[in-house]
Design a protein around this ligand. Sequence first.
Ligand code: FES
Length: 105
Amino acid sequence: MSSKFKKIANLSELSTSKLMRVKGDNYDLCLAYVEGAVYAIDDLCSHEEASLAKGSLHGHCVKCPLHGSRFDLTNGQALDEPAEESVQTYAVKIDGDDILVQINE
Ligand code: FES
């Protein structure tokens, strides 16, 4: 399986205090813009069926809207129960206003 950087959103659409869900044919991501850096993690919580982009942003953590587990945006690690497994993180590049994320093809 190969992976390449793909444009998925514009930086100007991404607010610093909000999460954004971006869905495509082979990806479903939650984006966050924190302290000048953009992070991309899987949108689906590792616990049950919840969209992390509907949760809240606390520094470098995303809090799941359903049961409140927090995930570290930098490494995807679950920081509280009930979630025990990490969510996948993706490499991000910024090119002008383009947000590019490394996605498996
Ligand atoms: S669905 Fe996210 S913590 Fe339960």
